[in-house]
Design a binder for this molecule. Structure first.
Ligand SMILES: C[S@@+](CC[C@H](N)C(=O)[O-])C[C@H]1O[C@@H](n2cnc3c(N)ncnc32)[C@H](O)[C@@H]1O
Length: 313
């Protein structure tokens, strides 16, 4: 964990008390803490830093760390590495999705947060325009790889062709990314471990439909986003699935009630201030459908239309 992160972090269990974390360093390399601990000055809970990765999960989310399925699986790693870096690999099937999402970023001396950053592409793009960038995800496998890319400035992975048959992919990055200003931590979108108003840009891309309480996620975004000169980069396919979110919590696609509508309509209402979720409200400055692909194997692809809406205040 890079040392500059310490002052941007707070305890995920003491969110409304704006706690600070004390840093104890056991081993370090240059500005990177390799082994150590962060300790909350209010509740006394300790958050480990192991092999350079800070784990800022609240107690109830800790079981995610040891899951070997889902987003921690080898298959997901291959899928998301392709999805994030396919254009740089010059794959003929590539999309330009991450270029579209990052085209809205504006130069600022503020800090950016990429929630559900996966293997880091959008976080790296954010380093072109922001003084500091934090990528966070609950998947330790994704965060480990994102930090490896950051440290090695190159990508190497075994892309799944079929079953255990893989093909080596590699690329040396040469994209003007600022590797010193970015870092990646394990943290939960429903317990954002940052003081209020920390970020001038927050990205929530393709994660709303994956968290069990989407409104809680948006309330958290509002808390950590600055009150002025701030941008919320939101995108989601609204492909609600009971496996991730109980239908009672879906924010669109219901057949009756206030969310019997399409996702972008709900987001427009929430950006405008409905229920005080975004306070101050956000002005919609851009909307676009982004064509995005996930490559599972040579023969299995997901084609996704992610609906982007940019809000500013
Ligand atoms: C559909 S993927 C999108 C990844 C990335 N934002 C993108 O668009 O390429 C969802 C991501 O959210 C992460 N995720 C799921 N639940 C999360 C949570 N509660 N907190 C943080 N990240 C979460 C997953 O590990 C995964 O990386």
């Amino acid at each position: 964990m890079k040392k500059w992160l310490q002052e941007k972090l707070s305890c995920p269990e003491c969110l409304h008390q704006e706690s600070r974390l004390e840093l104890e360093i056991q081993t370090e390399q240059a500005d990177d803490v390799i082994e150590g601990q962060l300790t909350c000055t209010i509740c006394g809970r300790g958050y480990p830093i192991h092999k350079g990765i800070a784990i800022l999960l609240p107690e109830k989310s800790l079981p995610i760390l040891t899951e070997s399925k889902g987003y921690n699986s080898n298959g997901m790693l291959s899928s998301y590495l392709w999805s994030h870096y396919c254009d740089l690999l010059h794959d003929p099937d590539a999309t330009d999705a991450y270029k579209v999402w990052s085209s809205c970023f504006r130069n600022t001396d503020g800090c950016a947060l990429d929630i559900g950053c996966s293997v880091g592409r959008l976080s790296f793009e954010l380093t072109r325009t922001h003084a500091n960038v934090i990528g966070m995800d609950t998947s330790i496998s994704f965060i480990r790889k994102a930090r490896e890319l950051m440290n090695q400035k190159q990508l190497q992975f075994d892309m799944i062709i079929e079953g255990q048959i893989t093909e080596k992919q590699s690329i040396v990055f040469d994209n003007g990314w600022n590797y010193g200003n970015v870092d990646f931590i394990v943290a939960d979108a429903l317990a954002l471990p940052f003081p209020q108003n920390t970020f001038s840009t927050v990205a929530s891309v393709n994660i709303l439909e994956k968290v069990p309480d989407p409104i809680k996620h948006l309330v958290g975004v509002n808390r950590v986003l600055d009150d002025q000169n701030a941008m919320f980069v939101f995108s989601d396919p609204f492909s609600w699935d009971e496996a991730f979110v109980d239908p009672e919590h879906w924010l669109s696609g219901q057949t009756e009630g206030r969310y019997a509508c399409r996702g972008l309509e709900t987001m427009g209402r929430l950006f405008a201030g409905e229920d005080g979720i975004f306070d101050p409200p956000l002005k919609v400055t851009a909307k676009q459908d982004v064509s995005w692909k996930i490559r599972k194997t040579e023969n299995l692809w997901e084609h996704i239309h992610s609906q982007m809406m940019i809000g500013e205040r």
